[in-house]
Design a protein around this ligand. Structure first.
Ligand code: PLP
Length: 394
């Protein structure tokens, strides 16, 4: 049996999502901008999906702009807000040090354009403090972006408090909610944000489709220019089947959120406590309570995360490391590094992220297999270390 524990990377499509794609792709082929029947049929699909996406996050359908996914939503939020703010001369942007690359790389692009970028530190559990944002705000700060839940450790940020501080300083507030939407209740009004990114494939929808929620009245320039789609804010003929899939996933998200999040939290906690009890020298990274219910990130002393990931994959168990492996060398996780973890711990941690298909039997299997794999790998590492000492002294 193959066990998928990498739901934060992507999720299998839910049956209702597959049905929505199968119905829409062949039958609803009109261009939503066309005036005739076929166009209006496609526009009705967009309207229905816009309503269910807005309902999932407590927004108004007119505030939902469909994008090609979370990366585009983040780019749109930051570049669009920056373009809109530039005439005011306030070119300072603040974000957390643990944002996804979709935000971090966009900040680098803004820095190349003359923006000043401040990255806020996080504490040892990965939380941004209100005090650090207050201290970082300047009269030039026009944008603040702090993610809702982190993709590697699942930690949830105090977004409402941070948004209030940004607003007090006259800045717009964006949150990347790609990892929180449909995992925990996300309500744009109680979070008090101006811009919120989401991505369908993280909650049972298709890949390549997402949305940016834009609070009415927020100053945001179009980034994708061309036709007048999406109220003239995001040009390009809409991905109608993808949007239908996002709509179906959003409807499911609303229906299942509370029962599913309780079930996942129970499975995750069983996995986590089982690992800590059965595998010595392990520790959980992140905040134990302020985190999404499906995620745990565990450090395994004395091994490289990538080796354990491969060993688990050979046993049919798919997990992930937060660290990027480029050309054979393991880059430390920027998230764990920002939390002040030791260099070794930034490279020996695995993320287990659960979802709707996971069962108790799968957790049992992982807990049966993991201790043996870890002790085998630790044996190899210890052997290598002894060999290295011997050759160095000879
Ligand atoms: N933001 C976060 C926090 C993510 O985890 C991801 C995906 O890994 C993205 C943005 C990018 O979303 P997408 O894959 O839809 O481009």
């Amino acid at each position: 049996m193959r066990i998928y524990l990498d739901y934060n990377a992507t999720t299998p499509p839910s049956p209702a999502v597959i049905a929505a794609l199968q119905e829409t792709l062949p039958l609803v082929f009109g261009n939503p901008s066309s005036v005739h029947y076929f166009g209006q049929q496609a526009k009705a699909v967009l309207d229905a999906a816009r309503l269910s996406t807005a309902t999932l996050i407590g927004g108004d359908p007119s505030e939902v702009i469909f994008t090609s996914g979370g990366t585009e939503a983040d780019n749109f939020a930051l570049r669009g807000a920056a373009d809109a703010a530039e005439p005011t001369g306030r070119r300072h942007i603040i974000a957390s040090a643990i944002e996804h690359e979709a935000v971090l790389q966009t900040l680098k692009a803004l820095a190349r354009r003359g923006w000043t970028v401040t990255l806020l530190p996080v504490d040892a559990t990965g939380i941004v403090s209100a005090a650090s944002l207050e201290a970082a705000m300047t009269p030039d700060t026009s944008i603040v972006s702090v993610m809702h839940a982190n993709n590697e450790i699942g930690t949830i940020q105090p977004v409402a408090a941070l948004a209030a501080i940004a607003h007090a300083g006259g800045a717009v507030f964006h949150t990347d909610a790609v990892q929180s939407v449909a995992k925990i209740p996300v309500d744009v009004r109680s979070l008090g944000v101006d811009l919120l990114s989401l991505s369908a494939h993280k909650f049972g929808g298709p890949k390549g489709i997402g949305a940016l929620w834009v609070k009415r009245g927020t100053r945001l320039a179009a980034v994708m220019t061309g036709g007048r789609q999406e109220r003239n804010r995001r040009a390009g003929t809409e991905n109608v089947p993808g949007i239908a899939g996002l709509g179906a996933a959003a409807r499911l998200g609303v229906d299942k959120l509370s029962a599913e999040s309780d079930r996942l939290a129970r499975l995750r906690d069983r996995l986590e406590s089982g690992i800590l009890a059965r595998v010595p020298d392990t520790a959980v990274n992140g905040d134990p309570s302020q985190r999404v219910p499906n995620t745990t990130n565990v450090s395994f002393d004395g091994i490289e995360a990538e080796s354990l990931l491969i060993a688990l994959d050979l046993e049919g168990i798919a997990v992930s490391t937060g660290s990027a492996c480029s050309s054979g060398t393991l880059e430390p996780s920027h998230v764990l590094k920002a939390m002040g973890l030791s260099a070794h711990r930034t490279q020996n941690s695995l993320r287990f992220s659960l979802g709707e298909r996971n069962t108790d039997a799968e957790i049992d299997r992982v807990l049966d297999v993991l201790p043996g794999l870890v002790s085998r790998l630790r044996g190899i590492t210890a052997g290598k270390a002894t060999g290295a000492v011997a050759s160095a002294s000879s």
